[in-house]
Write a protein that binds this ligand. Structure first.
Ligand code: GCV
Length: 630
């Protein structure tokens, strides 16, 4: 057993429960997960065609529970569903519960490199790779598969989207032999493998001179590669591609469209029911900061919207939730909802790249709730797209070989929340966070302050970070800690354009025109300073520091106040955690306490660097006369 993953491991050992049903993995798993549970009921299992795939029902009466699954996967989810129900203190008499997923692709992307490192990984080394090739601890990998299955994840990619020469070797016979063994571990848990592929695989692996998607030899390369892959892994979910992105090759560089690039691979995968997940993270990463016309958030829409309807049926375009890059606060990507003739995957990042590196506490469920609620039109929000045009929900994983999987024990709740919200996007952040606390620390009402602190953590982090949606005041490369001008004069297109009078980007019709990429209802909301959500004001508008916010404060005073508040609220987190010590194991208490102290250092540094920066830019002191380091 590895560290804390209490939600799926039971520690109250008693006798094995009576379990009956068809011989299948779900039955074995049922015996396994219930064998440790005190007073486990008698459980029977059956499969019924009347239920959709992956769905299940739980019907209980006294000490007997019957689990029905729409298929074996449904049964498996029913087993975990029952375990969770009981561990949360749910009753068995009159139990009658039906569950089915909102979307049938619930995916984790691992950004793991063959050398065992993890790009943007904050929880140790890769669980899949060692020394240049696939390598793992089998028990641990199986445990990981159970962990993911228990929250409904059903597809994973195991190699970084930034595929390097070694990663590209996964398409060779040798690579596939190794990967097939990983697929064998995950298959019983209803988890399929995705391979991240290099756009230049025809050159790197196939020895061709070009990767041009309209070249016949290139098409043949992909057809052969697909045939080879499916010989080893007959149920592979498909390929994942990052092309024309951050200096990577792609169709645009060859004068072809993204659709031409994706469709040639789609055609190769189609006979095997495989899918090509094609990422939309494309922008000019060689921008001159003096160029105020090019606007990074506009790029993905400009590339993809004209191609709406041009992608093959088995292409899913994978769209990051925001138009820039997983910042603390961004509007949703305008592609979501606009690509109505194209299948879409919504991509989140559980790895806390810009949100505290799993050192700072940051509840992503709260963040995702905002993403789901972002309007598409007056009558529709992003949640309404799920199971419709959006038929996959993806996240960049926050896991690694650290004892507790996620580095920060409380960051586990983000992994848990992702699975639960991908299964059912109507669940609230409060519900899923409470569930995780309950399953991890037990049903103790005294832990209510922990729930409050976790739910507040995104707001607190946002307070001490870049203000009002402008983003990008992080230390370049690492993306932890403040550096207000760190990216300001670089090539990445991430500018705040602060001078001594004003800050922010005008993205309305009088500026870069980005707002026009949204439906008129959303466009108008963002265009108008009065209706633009205040937390995104600087993303959409350029404002003088003297302008008054709804509270009556000036923009500058708001910046000072929130940065003092954010740092103070981290001090409060520490006090709250100390007050809970008696209800927690020594190990859990200590590991989180240590992270909170590191967060305190970070929050104070943000407060001082940001406040100093704006004080020196403007020369206007804090109205409350607090000390600003300068
Ligand atoms: C995998 C950001 C990150 C990169 C990441 C990229 C992506 O730019 O900093 O590490 O690369 O996003 O999503 O492809």
């Amino acid at each position: 057993m590895f560290g804390y993953h209490a939600w799926i491991q039971s520690d109250k050992v008693s006798s094995a429960p009576t379990v009956s049903g068809p011989e299948c993995f779900a039955l074995e798993e049922c015996k396994q997960v219930f064998k440790g549970l005190k007073d486990a009921p008698n459980i029977s299992l059956s499969i019924s065609d009347a239920l959709p795939l992956e769905a299940y029902t739980l019907v209980g009466c006294h000490d007997n529970v019957h689990i029905t699954g729409g298929d074996e996967a449904g049964l498996l989810y029913g087993v975990y569903g029952l375990l969770f129900h009981i561990r949360k203190g749910g009753r068995l008499d009159n139990l009658n519960l039906t569950e089915k997923p909102a979307v049938n692709r619930r995916i984790l992307n691992h950004w793991d490199n063959p050398d065992g490192s993890v790009e943007r990984g904050y929880a140790g080394k890769s669980l899949f790779w060692q020394n240049g090739r696939i390598g793992y601890n089998l028990d641990r990998l199986r445990d990981y598969a159970r962990l993911l299955a228990s929250i409904g994840i059903n597809q994973i990619s195991v190699n970084n989207v930034n595929v390097n020469a070694l990663g590209a070797q996964l398409l060779t016979e040798d690579g596939l032999k190794d990967l097939a063994k990983v697929a064998d571990v995950f298959r019983p848990f209803n988890i399929k493998i995705i391979i991240s592929v290099h756009f230049d695989s025809p050159v790197i692996v196939g020895g061709l001179r070009t990767s041009d998607p309209v070249d016949e030899k290139v098409a043949r390369f992909w057809t052969d590669a697909a045939a080879r892959v499916y010989r080893y892994i007959p149920d592979l979910a498909g390929f994942l591609m990052k092309a024309d992105s951050e200096f990577r090759s792609g169709p645009t560089a060859l004068g072809r469209t993204q659709a031409e690039g994706a469709n040639v691979i789609a055609k190769a995968l189609a006979p095997f029911n495989g899918t090509i997940y094609w990422r939309c993270f494309i922008y000019d990463c060689t921008q001159d900061w003096r160029d105020t016309v090019t606007d990074r958030p506009k790029a993905a829409y400009d590339y993809f919207y004209p191609l709406n309807g041009c992608f093959d049926e088995n292409v899913i375009i994978q769209i990051k939730n925001g138009p820039v890059d997983f910042q603390v606060r961004e509007p949703n990507s305008p592609l979501l909802g606009a690509m109505d003739k194209t299948r879409q995957a919504l991509e989140f990042q559980i790895a806390q790249e810009y949100t505290g590196h799993q050192i700072d506490l940051y509840n992503l469920a709260v963040h995702w709730e905002d993403v789901f609620e972002h309007p598409i039109t007056e009558a529709r929000n992003t949640r309404d797209l799920i199971g419709q045009e959006v038929d996959a929900i993806v996240a960049v994983s926050n896991t690694g070989d650290d004892e507790n999987w996620c580095g920060h024990l409380l960051a586990q709740s983000n992994l848990y929340a992702f699975g639960r919200m991908a299964w059912n996007p109507a669940l609230t952040a409060a519900q899923v966070t409470q569930e995780w606390i309950h399953l991890t620390f037990g049903a103790n009402p005294k832990l209510k302050p922990l729930l409050d602190m976790m739910l507040k953590s995104r707001d607190v982090f946002e307070k001490y970070n870049a203000p009002l949606g402008i983003g990008w005041m992080v230390t370049p490369h690492t993306h932890y800690g403040p550096d207000v001008d760190g990216y300001e004069f670089s090539k990445w297109g991430t500018y705040h354009r602060a001078n001594h009078e004003a800050i922010g980007i005008d993205r309305t019709r009088t500026g870069t025109g980005y707002t026009a990429q949204y439906h008129p209802y959303v466009r108008d909301m963002y265009e108008n300073k009065e209706t633009c959500p205040e937390n995104m004001l600087l993303f959409f508008h350029r404002l003088p520091y003297s302008c008054r916010l709804k509270s009556g404060k000036t923009l500058l005073q708001y910046i000072y106040d929130t940065h003092f508040e954010g740092a103070d609220e981290v001090d409060d987190f520490i006090k709250t955690w100390e007050s809970l010590k008696e209800y927690l194991s020594e190990e859990a208490y200590t590991t989180v306490a240590e992270r909170l102290l590191r967060q305190q250092v970070n929050a104070r540094q943000w407060r001082d660097v940001i406040n100093t920066y704006f004080y020196r830019k403007t020369g206007i002191p804090d109205e409350a006369g607090r000390k600003i380091y300068c």
